[in-house]
Design a protein around this ligand. Structure first.
Ligand code: AMP
Ligand code: ZN
Length: 113
């Protein structure tokens, strides 16, 4: 079972900021910004490449959750970045779909190479 599935089923602890029947959000263990939250579907979807028609509502819901968390974290007005890495060139490390919500300071250029 993957690390994020273990967080979903409670085997690994996480600092959870939001949870419902389909989605979970928790603080990244190695934050890259003052606010760094990961928003994940509870369903194990490995990458963006694995999304199907049936996931359309779920992905829309995830963005509504991101919007609410940004507001709660106080970064809605100052701004933030939502980021999804896919596969090797995207730098994906955990193969369970997740949306990074980053903010709390100017984030610099969109892509560092
Ligand atoms: P990615 O490179 O997009 O796959 O990002 C994976 C992210 O998961 C990294 O930012 C890690 O710091 C984070 N991460 C890994 N393990 C955990 C964990 N147990 N709890 C919270 N965040 C984690
Ligand atoms: Zn998983």
């Amino acid at each position: 079972m993957c690390v994020f599935c273990k967080i979903v089923n409670g085997e690994i602890p996480a600092k959870v900021v939001y949870e419902d029947d389909k989605v979970m959000a928790f603080h990244d263990i190695n934050p890259q910004a003052p606010v760094h939250i990961l928003v994940i579907p509870k369903e194990h979807i490995p990458t963006v490449n694995d999304l199907e028609e049936k996931h359309k509502e779920l992905i829309g819901h995830i963005f509504m959750v991101i919007k609410e968390i940004a507001k709660e974290m106080g970064i809605a007005e100052s701004g933030y970045r939502v980021l999804v890495n896919c596969n090797r060139d995207g730098g994906q490390e955990i193969y369970h779909l997740h949306f990074h919500l980053l903010g709390g300071a100017p984030l610099g250029p969109m892509v560092c190479r």
